[in-house]
Design a protein around this ligand. Structure first.
Ligand SMILES: Nc1ncnc2c1ncn2[C@@H]1O[C@H](COP(=O)(O)OP(=O)(O)O)[C@@H](O)[C@H]1O
Ligand SMILES: [Mg+2]
Length: 400
């Protein structure tokens, strides 16, 4: 798929932007703080309805507009998917909450019809490459869960909804656990929540089990190429409730063992999790929190059996990430039937010559890619010549 037109209104530094987007590869060039990353942020928002760098949607509304109590930032995109023209509009609305404060909400229109985020996710697919991506390997397990969630939501129908239901249910369940711990009461009140989180949790776990296997298959091939057949990449899923462990012990299975969890049915996973929750009920009431389930899952990335988060060199981590990201592109293509739009923020600069070639080569397989750089010299004339180059300056974009 590819964007044909992008319009931004009151979106961060852009009070107004209206551009036709070229089909293939576009390079955004400009000094720091001019709005290059913001363009990618807006496009990625169309895929995930969340910003990759703001904690609150309200931060996306331009300073000048958000000075008023009622303010709207708008992203409008026209794109082509499977030869069909499509349109998506997102409005981020800041308004008074009635108590003198402000709140914000989102509206999503798909081909002019209002839809929820859960319904609309997967309609426009993109894959994002960022310098801060190193966090996926170097950060805590929440970074890896986020990586999985953003990827899976785009391709597996129902995943985003299950995730949202699950998180709400865990929050409610935790409140009830605390209340039972502090004030007592009938612990059977938990059954409703146990059932809900087990059912939704099973959906999430099954999607993660399958996706991790599929991504591993693609990424390990790419990784072999990137390392001249020297290093074997593996992904090890470590679910906090593990359907593959015997009920009596949920001690984590060693990473070296390749566990096959693909054949567990939803029913088996959810009833197993229900049982487990029942067994640990007393302990969870004491602790006042839900201790198992997908919100505590982990995924480790290994190269030649070495855990890269703990022992990987920076070069190894970069290579593994590049393999994972390129795998994400192919995986989305397989799932969605069309290429996602590639968004690369300053990522080319930090790669060595060889990796850079591999990455730029991957761009040519896709329908569309948008790259940013502060220094276009890094790309070389052979690369730049046939591409579109845009200069970004103080929230304005001009064709070079
Ligand atoms: N809500 C906002 N309203 C107006 N300007 C903003 C807002 N949020 C960030 N900015 C400005 O946008 C610029 C950052 O843009 P960015 O896309 O990160 O630049 P680049 O990637 O070109 O370095 C900064 O100058 C910052 O002050
Ligand atoms: Mg930037």
């Amino acid at each position: 798929m590819y964007l044909t037109r992008l319009s931004l209104t009151n979106f961060r530094i852009f009070s107004r932007l209206d551009i036709d987007v070229p089909r293939r590869v576009t390079l955004l060039v400009g000094d720091n703080g001019q709005g290059k990353t913001t363009v990618l942020e807006a496009i990625y928002f169309l895929s995930t309805f969340t910003s990759f760098q703001a904690s609150f949607d309200r931060q996306l509304i331009s300073f000048s507009a958000s000075a008023e109590p009622l303010a709207v930032a708008r992203i409008v995109a026209e794109f082509v998917r499977a030869d069909q023209p499509q349109k998506m509009e997102i409005r981020i609305i800041q308004e008074s909450n009635g108590n003198g404060g402000l709140r914000s909400r989102k509206e999503i229109l798909v081909n002019n019809i209002k839809r929820s985020a859960q319904e609309s996710v997967g309609f426009f697919n993109s894959v994002l490459f960022l310098p801060q991506m190193m966090r996926i390997l170097e950060g805590g397990p929440d970074e890896r869960r986020r990586y999985l969630n953003l990827m899976i939501s785009q391709a597996i129908p129902g995943y985003a909804q299950a995730l949202s239901d699950y998180h709400q249910a865990v929050t409610q369940r935790n409140a009830l656990l605390k209340q039972l711990g502090e004030r007592g009461g009938d612990p059977d009140q938990l059954i409703y929540w146990d059932e809900l989180i087990s059912r939704r949790g099973a959906q999430i776990m099954q999607a993660r089990i399958r996706t991790i296997k599929e991504i591993e298959k693609i990424a390990s091939q790419i990784h072999l190429t990137l390392t001249q057949n020297q290093e074997v990449l593996r992904l090890s899923y470590q679910p906090a409730y593990d359907p593959a462990c015997l009920e009596s012990s949920q001690a984590a299975l060693p990473m070296a063992v390749d566990i096959n969890r693909e054949n567990f049915s939803l029913e088996e996973i959810s009833s197993g999790m229900m049982n487990r929750l029942n067994k640990i009920r007393r302990e969870e009431i004491t602790r006042g929190t839900t201790t198992i389930g997908p919100h505590r899952d982990e995924m480790r990335v290994l190269s030649n059996r070495i855990d890269l988060s703990d022992y990987g060199s920076r070069g190894q981590v970069r290579t593994a990430l590049l393999a994972l990201k390129l795998a994400e592109v192919q995986w989305l293509y397989q799932k969605a039937g069309s290429w996602p739009v590639l968004l690369l923020d300053e990522t080319v600069a930090e790669l060595d010559q060889k990796r850079r070639q591999d990455l730029l080569h991957a761009l040519d397989n896709c329908d569309q890619a948008i790259l940013t750089t502060a220094e276009s010299e890094q790309f070389g004339v052979e690369f730049l010549q046939p591409r579109s180059v845009w200069r970004v300056q103080a929230g304005r974009v001009t064709k070079e």
